[in-house]
Design a protein around this ligand. Structure first.
Ligand SMILES: Nc1ncnc2c1ncn2[C@@H]1O[C@H](COP(=O)(O)OP(=O)(O)O)[C@@H](O)[C@H]1O
Ligand SMILES: [Mg+2]
Length: 183
């Protein structure tokens, strides 16, 4: 297989250009995000509220055009809300699988530190193994499965910051800061 690096560069430039129709500035952040996606990895985006974390990931999803899902993490979110669950159907006397939002190519795990560790773990397992376990059965995720999680690093009350050991599931931690005055 031959890899045409000029072609890759052209695709990245085009993607950056499209993202920047929505996101002002943050060029370095957008570049890191694109590298993460192209290499099939996961990224953790940290920054105070309002710097554009959610908007960035939504915009990337639009530009990529791949299947996309968003999970808003909350204190009452359950593992099954991420993975899915088997539902009993009376008509057929059978259990059928209702897949959760994790079954997608590109996933936004928004404000991941708002859910307790058990729920975070359901996602972290999927990220590491690209496999989801529901009621002891394993299901494969797409080859291109990539997760972008966001987290607010200065908010502690009622949150569950990711333990250091779990941060290594992410290839990159991307810090988003305030835009400059000119931007
Ligand atoms: N770099 C940016 N370019 C354009 N709009 C931005 C930017 N940063 C923030 N915004 C605006 O601020 C709003 C809040 O951003 P959001 O993505 O919800 O922030 P966060 O998820 O970090 O709290 C966005 O809807 C957008 O209108
Ligand atoms: Mg947000």
């Amino acid at each position: 297989m031959s890899v045409d690096l000029t072609q890759l560069q052209a695709v990245l430039d085009k993607a950056l250009q499209e993202v920047q129709k929505v996101i002002i500035g943050q060029t370095q952040v957008v570049n890191l995000a694109l590298v993460t996606i192209i290499t099939g990895q996961h990224a953790l985006i940290e920054g105070v509220p309002g710097v554009g974390k959610t908007l960035l990931v939504r915009t990337l999803a639009g530009v990529l055009g791949s299947s996309f899902a968003r999970i808003q993490f909350t204190p009452d979110l359950m593992p099954a809300d991420i993975t899915g669950t088997h539902i009993y159907r009376m008509e057929t006397n059978e259990f059928t699988l209702v897949k959760g939002p994790v079954f997608t190519s590109f996933l936004l795990a928004d404000e991941i530190n708002r859910a307790p560790a058990k729920t975070q773990s359901a996602l972290l397992q999927a990220m590491q193994e690209r496999v989801v376990t529901i009621d002891r059965k394993n299901y494969r995720l797409p080859e291109t499965f990539s997760v972008f999680a966001t987290q607010n690093p200065v908010e502690f009350e009622g949150t569950y910051p990711l333990p250091e050991a779990q941060k290594d599931r992410f290839m990159l931690k991307i810090m988003m800061t305030d835009p400059t005055r000119e931007e």
